[in-house]
Design a protein. Structure first.
Length: 208
């Protein structure tokens, strides 16, 4: 009689991704990589509402980008005990830092997108999407063992977390272009029958 292969135990914990609340540049659509902007008042209010979404959650570890918009979001969301990890910083947009997509397209003369066409060097060197994915992969290697028994929260930035989700899902990293992620939202990743999966994506608390 043929025996059925035994699957390895799948992690039981959930990986919760929290994008920081709104800043002046995220509101205007400017690419905000390493520029350390504060939250707008409405961004702070959205972060406070996230605390409602996280009621009842217990985290074994919370890891946060060093940029103030992420740290402040974590604190207002009730995630006050956290570890700073520079590998969670946003995509380095290089010469496109502070520019909107419309401005970049006008400069280049074609329908540029960051996922398809990348960035150029400026005051900072800039990064390829693969370099951002490598940082995200390193973070996942560190936190997945913790997910064997408990939950982990990562607090960071829009493009970075979209790329991290594709790495977790074992998909091509440019799929991140199809994963819209609003400021002040949470997403939950987990395993289903040993397969990485999305439980919820881009969830926001209502303002009323």
């Amino acid at each position: 009689m043929t025996s059925v292969p035994t699957a390895p135990p799948e992690p039981q914990g959930h990986l919760v991704l929290l994008r920081h609340g709104e800043t002046e540049w995220s509101k205007s659509g400017q690419h905000t990589g390493v520029t350390d902007l504060p939250l707008l008042p409405e961004g702070e209010e959205a972060a406070k509402r996230v605390a409602k979404l996280l009621e009842g959650w217990r985290f074994e570890k919370v890891v946060v980008s060093p940029l103030q918009r992420a740290r402040r979001t974590a604190e207002l969301a009730g995630l006050t005990e956290y570890t700073i990890d520079p590998r969670l910083v946003e995509w380095d947009y290089g010469g496109y830092e502070g520019l909107t997509t419309k401005e970049i397209r006008a400069r280049l003369g074609y329908l540029w997108t960051v996922f398809a066409d990348g960035v150029v060097a400026g005051d900072t060197p800039g990064e390829t999407v693969e370099e951002v994915a490598a940082r995200a992969s390193a973070v996942l290697r560190d936190v997945i063992p913790i997910l064997e028994d408990g939950n982990v929260a990562l607090v960071g930035h829009g493009h970075y977390l979209r790329i991290l989700a594709t790495v977790f899902l074992r998909q091509e990293v440019r799929m991140g272009a199809q994963l819209l992620l609003d400021a002040g939202s949470i997403s939950v990743l987990e395993w289903e029958r040993e397969q990485p999966a999305i439980r919820t994506w881009n969830q926001k608390s209502l303002s009323h």
